[in-house]
Design a protein around this ligand. Sequence first.
Ligand code: SAM
Length: 277
Amino acid sequence: MKQNLKFLLKDKLSKNELELMPSSFDVVGSILIFSDFPKELSKKEKIIGEGILRKFKNVKTILKKTKKYSGKFRTPKLKIIAGEKTKETIHKENNVLIKLDVEKVYFSARMSSERKRIADLIRPKERVLVMFSGSGIYPLVIAENSECKEAYGIEINPVAHKYALENIKKNRLENRIKLFFGDVTKIMPKLKKKFDRILMPLPKGGENFLRLALKHIKNNGITHFYDFEHESEFKKSEEKVRKACTEAKKQFKILRTTKCGQYAPGFYRICVDFKVI
Ligand code: SAM
């Protein structure tokens, strides 16, 4: 699709403008999102968007990111440049359907293979907790693709939580997924439960919640801690795990550190999988 974009716009843009066409974008359901749409092409954005819509019939709306993921809810600002005037869509991945508004709720389609990696690690009858569960995508992929006993999700963004409730119904997984609205620091102590596995998909600032996770993981349980780090410094993320475990007086073993996607040259979203012994 990427090569095709330049080809299909070759009669609408000059050679220089074609050079500027972004090579990266995301497709979430029927919405195509440009993360780095160049300012120089802003006068041509409607022509570009309409050209894409004519060619790719499953794409209904074209958006460009005007502000990066930010704030507590980790949401972007997005502008409609062509197509249907909606930011809500239904996306399919790993055998689940997920409905969301791409501006009001964090979502990354690029993480689908990471979500499948986690689902494949889950053993029968595990009780799994997803801190920071967003639209419910991790609990859904896990419940649909593993034999876990149940998956819990906790989310502080009310709009994301509302979609998550709708999504577990849409996928008929209400019996195996339990969702809670609120701050993990308030909800987790009230659950009075320990888990076989805890996921921490909050790469910016997730380390502040490692202590909390350690209070709720069973002995021999596995935690998946997400972080952003330069490829030469992955040890720093492992060091955050070591520090939290040492302070909590827990013995631990780092099982692996996995690259789950590049977000800038040399910088990756990574996942440190560790076991509390
Ligand atoms: N797991 C989802 C996914 O992969 O699509 C969302 C990940 S997003 C990077 C992090 C999420 O954590 C956001 O939806 C945000 O609202 C939520 N969040 C941030 N701080 C939180 C807290 N203290 N308690 C519960 N949720 C929180």
